[in-house]
Design a protein around this ligand. Structure first.
Ligand code: GTP
Ligand code: MN
Ligand code: MN
Ligand code: MN
Ligand code: MN
Ligand code: MN
Length: 209
């Protein structure tokens, strides 16, 4: 899995395309800008309002530009992807990276936009629910809170009885870069939602209620 076509629509020329794991360090991308972002999540099956199974608590952030995205950022000169994403999580979320950090094995997917000259790498960080709540608390004390980052949110992964409120509504927000594709790729590859559940949410999304 991993191409944008897997989620129901062919990529447009300006769009991000998935690059194979084996090619992320290729010479082809040496002249591009690179950024790395992270999917922080905890398994969570404790029902919301005694009804909806949240499946997992996944953290995203509201950015200074109004878009939703993941914590992370641009890779500095001579910095490796993993060091960059850990540094950015400390800056943007006040994450204690001596306790929680990503390594090369946590890579999920990478995308490339030729037009934007940008390669976007995506990692995962799995924590338990107690730690996730502490991470949320610490986020408001981050260096970049109030400037680059305007808040941390949990993604609603359940769908209400009207087949629209919940995850489909969330997917109708505006997302920076390819972060919407990253969200869907992570939910699918980590088996948090089934491909069928993702497709249902995308179909509901098309109704644009
Ligand atoms: P500065 O410290 O102000 O430079 O920002 P930053 O280093 O935190 O960079 P940022 O997180 O904005 O990421 C750099 C670029 O990557 C952005 O301009 C977007 O195009 C893109 N981007 C930002 N967030 C995400 C995300 O969650 N996913 C994806 N795929 N792209 C993102
Ligand atoms: Mn109320
Ligand atoms: Mn940043
Ligand atoms: Mn950032
Ligand atoms: Mn930065
Ligand atoms: Mn910054």
């Amino acid at each position: 899995l991993g191409s944008t076509e897997a989620f129901g629509r062919p990529p447009e020329p300006n769009e991000f395309i998935v690059i194979p794991k084996s090619e992320i360090h290729c010479e082809k991308y040496a002249g591009s800008n690179h950024a790395a972002h992270c999917f922080i999540y905890a398994e969570n099956n404790e029902r919301v309002f005694d009804i909806y199974n949240p499946r997992a608590s996944v953290l995203m952030q509201l950015r200074y530009d109004g878009y939703f995205g993941f914590p992370g950022g641009l890779i500095d000169a001579d910095e490796d992807f993993v060091s960059a994403v850990n540094r950015e999580m400390a800056e943007e979320m006040n994450l204690n990276t001596t306790k929680h950090s990503v390594n090369h094995d946590d890579h999920i997917i990478s995308h490339w936009s030729e037009k934007k000259n940008l390669v976007l790498h995506f990692y995962k960080l799995k924590v338990n629910m107690i730690d996730l709540i502490e991470i949320e608390r610490q986020a408001s004390l981050a260096r970049d809170y109030g400037t680059e980052v305007l808040g941390t949110v949990r993604v609603p992964l359940y769908t209400l009885g009207d087949h629209y409120r919940g995850f489909p509504v969330f997917l109708n927000h505006k997302f920076i870069g390819c972060s919407r594709d990253q969200l869907l790729a992570a939910l699918s590859s980590l088996n948090i939602l089934t491909p069928e559940e993702i497709q249902l949410a995308l179909n509901a999304n098309n109704r644009n209620k």
